[in-house]
Design a protein around this ligand. Structure first.
Ligand code: GLN
Length: 443
């Protein structure tokens, strides 16, 4: 049924870049046989899902929504896909995204942006927009996305879903096509908190083949749905300049938490104003290094007409990468270059330390921080934002990646025009159970 819905609706939604009909039907068949034999099933066995197209799948095309990898088929599986495949999770297809996960609308996809199933004239958010569109449009039960600066939480917010960005190191990054390696983290997008928790439990194992992997305890069994005595921090900077349509549902959420017995704590996060430059310097620097491998010599797109080796690499990269990716490679190479390294990259690293410290200070006074996920609701498709305007939509999400923290986005109401408003709950490292529990209590 999900595959059929995906095949029917995908031409309009562009939630999937590739539909994996054969793999889906084969797995579904295997699960069916087990059911007939009366064998016990594992938690995600037989459940249809969408996998973001920057997560490597052996034998299944993995494009990163880029012309550079349009015809690329990985020769190995990502760790998360290995775990899910191992328990017969049914892959419906590879989810649409901004090219190389760079963007906030999904419109940077080489294959055209995913539409928002809540309102087709609006974007699904980015970068994991296709994954969110698949779940919101009932083309998958849940999805797996990646989040470098908000890419799970923003589309979850725009599409009225629950998205969890786990603690850095909780989920293996092996086989995730790298964007900003010190920020990237894989996590679930689902219709409700319990689903997100159930998926997290299946992907949070420690992976000896990812040296930054630490793994995490499963969380589902720890969820009580009670927030009595929980200290919820509100840092006023996150709420500055919020439009009334986003502010109102958030205020109502705060009231509800108070009624449920949580204690509200007023906090300050003065460094928020440095978060965007810090994030974009670090993310672009790491991207410029990570994307160096696409030179046309190893794999991926190759220019067909060229003068010499330099010209070949230059043409390959100019043809293969879209405008935003090229912009970020240039930015990244610039901030890392001799002469500018100290002025930009080094400062960003120092600020990263200070931002982490500010979070530690806040977490000495509260258990979770409540913020908006995005200061706006889903933008109209083709709104034509400037790059800086687009970067500004990440203001509430990317500090979480800078500090390696877990955060969930969950729907907390509507903006008055029928578009969902997302609320973000940020926790201290490895407190996925605390943020998900607060999310469950609100639901
Ligand atoms: N919008 C942010 C960016 O473009 C975040 C993307 C992400 O988390 N992958 O970098």
């Amino acid at each position: 049924r999900f595959l059929k819905a995906a095949e029917e609706l995908n031409p309009e939604l562009t939630a999937y870049i590739t539909l994996t009909r054969e793999a889906a039907l084969k797995t579904a068949d295997d699960v069916d046989k087990k059911i007939q034999k009366g064998e016990e099933l594992q938690p995600l066995e037989g459940i249809p899902f969408c996998l973001k197209d920057n997560i490597s799948t052996k034998g299944l095309r993995t494009t990163c929504a880029s012309r550079m990898l349009e015809d690329y088929t990985p020769i190995y599986d990502a760790a998360v896909w290995e775990s899910l495949k191992g328990q017969n999770a049914v892959i419906i297809g590879k989810g649409n995204m901004d090219e190389f996960a760079m963007g906030s609308t999904c419109e940077n996809s080489y294959f055209g942006g995913a539409k928002n199933p809540r309102n087709l004239g609006h974007v699904a958010g980015g970068s994991s927009g296709g994954v969110a569109a698949a779940v919101a449009g009932n083309l998958a039960v849940y999805g797996i996305g990646s989040d470098t600066g908000g890419s799970i939480r923003m589309p979850a917010s725009f599409c009225g879903l629950v998205g969890l960005k786990p603690t850095y190191g909780a989920v293996s990054r092996r086989g995730l096509i790298a964007y900003g390696s010190s920020l990237d983290q894989i996590g679930p997008i689902a219709a409700c908190t319990e689903d997100a928790a159930a998926v997290f439990d299946e992907i949070c194992a420690k992976d000896p083949l990812d040296m930054t992997s630490e793994g995490s305890e499963p969380v589902s069994d720890k969820l009580t749905g009670s927030v009595r005595g929980l200290r919820i921090g509100l840092a006023k900077e996150f709420f500055d300049g919020l439009p009334e349509s986003v502010r109102r549902p958030l205020d109502e959420a705060v009231d509800l938490y108070r009624k449920l017995g949580a204690e509200l704590v007023e906090l300050e996060f003065p460094l928020l104003k440095y978060v965007l430059p810090t994030y974009y310097i670090i993310a672009c620097a790491e991207a410029s290094s990570n994307l160096g491998r696409y030179d046309g010599l190893r794999y991926g797109h190759r220019a067909s007409a060229f003068d010499d080796l330099n010209d070949f690499i230059c043409r390959t990269r100019s043809e293969g990468f879209g405008q935003e990716v090229r912009r970020r490679i240039l930015l990244g190479a610039y901030v890392l270059s001799a002469g500018y390294y100290d002025a930009y990259y080094n400062k960003a690293q120092l600020l990263r330390k200070s931002i982490k410290n500010e979070f530690s200070k806040m977490f000495s006074r509260c258990d979770v921080l409540l913020t908006p996920t995005v200061p706006v609701t889903a933008l109209k498709s083709g709104a034509g934002m400037t790059p800086v305007q687009m970067y500004q939509t990440d203001i509430c999400t990317c500090s979480v990646n800078i500090a390696g923290l877990p955060a969930v986005s969950l729907p907390c109401g509507h903006d008055g025009k029928g578009l969902p408003v997302g609320m973000q709950l940020i926790g201290d490292k490895f407190s996925e159970d605390v943020v998900l529990n607060a999310s469950l209590a609100f639901e």
